[in-house]
Design a protein. Structure first.
Length: 464
């Protein structure tokens, strides 16, 4: 199901029937926010809702799934995408089509792609940092091409396919049930190497048709001949692009242990923990296959950042303010909550538990009042918040002088923009996914931490 096509079709059919989003929501027993989300293309209806949705809109489930309108006529033909666009244009010209609100974005670039942010699957690295990782492995591929070309005529090439961020469980589900899998102290700032069975057999010069089964002997031979050397090359290449603030001996020691298994799910990884995945494609004269390098999040997040692989992590920037300029401090704040500060120890490693459940709206605070509830999104490389509810009845007011706040970010809005705020508005914040959020004490940032989910409740682990 294409969310954009289906959303446009729902909007078209609803407008044609002359009913509002709220009317449609009541007909199918969902919230009007859900209908709004579908029409924006931010998500799709659940499969179980499709029959009642199709009935309410006067269409069929197949049309909703395909995002194509079946016109009920003698020919029972399907309208093409061009015909559907033409119909929509006619309704817009006649003023009968309810247009989605386009003035609910206060972003600098209104055309930017917006997507919901899932704190259970945090972005660990910015686009720049992912590009740095990709560039390193592209250079490693160049080096491997030279070595493979001189030793193996049957190996035609190797190239980088992708760099991604995902959970250990998501990665393990994508690999074969039995495969060549080697961990180099993965759970201690290390990494794992997975080599697809077919290309592993090619490296061993085995005929896969004659010897289809993978054996432990195969795995041991591949490890000795290729995997260990490849792991060493990875470490050396990455280390060569650090600032050498960590010695090679300290950098290298993180994969002194190894686990060799044909069944990856036996490797003892934390299923929900995020990792970085680098995928290479090795091409031979008979087949091609993937080599996946799965990095424990702390390998790049802590070891490589500390070693200067991404450059200086926290450059000291001082923004000068014109003496005649009026300072504009953030007047809209997005927080997980404010809490009593007595006896709270702000030390690295401490977990600060909030009382806000995962999936509930974050607090959007203006003039020390929780005016709105919002959901975290990503706009370009920054966090944002999409307003999903208005606190109309007795909004909570913070008058306390002493407090601890867990703050996702903030922004400055003019009085006119604040007055316009309503459900569906999107604000861009001054913080980025992959970076620690601010821990505020009595109005000042005193520490930073990473957002974690414990028993479906938001918490922040102090990192500095």
């Amino acid at each position: 199901m294409d969310a954009q096509r289906t959303g446009k079709l729902i909007n078209y059919l609803r407008s044609k029937k002359g009913i509002t989003q709220k009317d449609l929501a009541e007909l199918i027993n969902v919230s009007d926010k859900a209908v709004s989300k579908w029409e924006r293309g931010d998500g799709c209806p659940d499969v179980g809702i499709l029959p009642s949705l199709a009935q309410a809109l006067g269409t069929d489930v197949d049309s909703l799934l395909k995002g194509e309108l079946k016109e009920v006529s003698e020919e029972r033909r399907i309208l093409t995408e061009e015909e559907l666009k033409a119909e929509i244009a006619k309704m817009e010209a006649a003023g009968t089509l309810e247009k989605p609100k386009n003035d609910t974005s206060l972003l600098k670039n209104p055309g930017v792609r917006i997507f919901l942010y899932d704190f259970k699957r945090p972005d660990l690295f910015s686009k720049y940092e992912l590009r740095t990782i990709a560039n390193t492995f592209e250079m490693l591929c160049d080096k491997l091409r030279t070595e493979l070309g001189g030793n193996r005529n049957d190996l035609l090439g190797i190239k980088l396919l992708s760099v991604d961020q995902l959970t250990n469980e998501e990665f393990i589900r994508t690999v074969p049930q039995r495969t060549f899998f080697y961990t180099y102290d993965y759970n201690n700032s290390g990494f794992a190497i997975e080599i697809d069975p077919q290309i592993g057999k090619v490296l061993l010069k085995h005929d896969l048709k004659k010897y289809p089964e993978l054996t432990q002997t195969d795995s041991e031979c591949l490890k000795l001949a290729y995997a260990d050397k490849f792991a060493q090359m990875i470490q050396e290449m990455i280390f060569s692009y650090t600032d050498k603030s960590i010695s090679w001996e300290d950098f290298e020691k993180h994969f002194t242990k190894g686990l060799n298994t044909l069944m990856p799910w036996y490797s003892g990884q934390n299923p929900g923990e995020m990792c970085t995945l680098v995928t290479l494609e090795l091409i031979s004269d008979v087949c091609s296959g993937m080599i996946n390098i799965q990095f424990n999040y702390s390998y790049f997040l802590r070891l490589c950042r500390k070693a200067g692989f991404f450059g200086k992590d926290n450059p000291q920037l001082e923004n000068l303010t014109d003496i005649k300029a009026r300072p504009r401090e953030n007047n809209v704040l997005v927080e997980f909550g404010r809490f009593v500060s007595d006896s709270v120890k702000l030390e690295p490693g401490t977990l600060l538990m909030s009382n806000k459940k995962y999936g509930t709206p974050l607090n959007v605070i203006i003039d020390n009042e929780i005016r709105f509830g919002g959901e975290a999104v990503v706009a370009e490389e920054n966090f944002g918040v999409r307003i999903v509810e208005v606190k109309q009845v007795e909004p909570v007011r913070y008058d306390e002088e002493h407090y601890i706040a867990l703050r996702l970010g903030g922004t400055y809005l003019s009085a006119d923009d604040i007055a316009r705020l309503d459900v569906s508005f999107i604000l861009q914040l001054d913080s980025q996914p992959g970076r620690p959020i601010a821990i505020i004490q009595d109005g000042k940032c005193v520490a930073r931490g990473e957002v974690v989910i414990i028993d479906d409740t938001f918490a922040v682990r102090i990192v500095d």
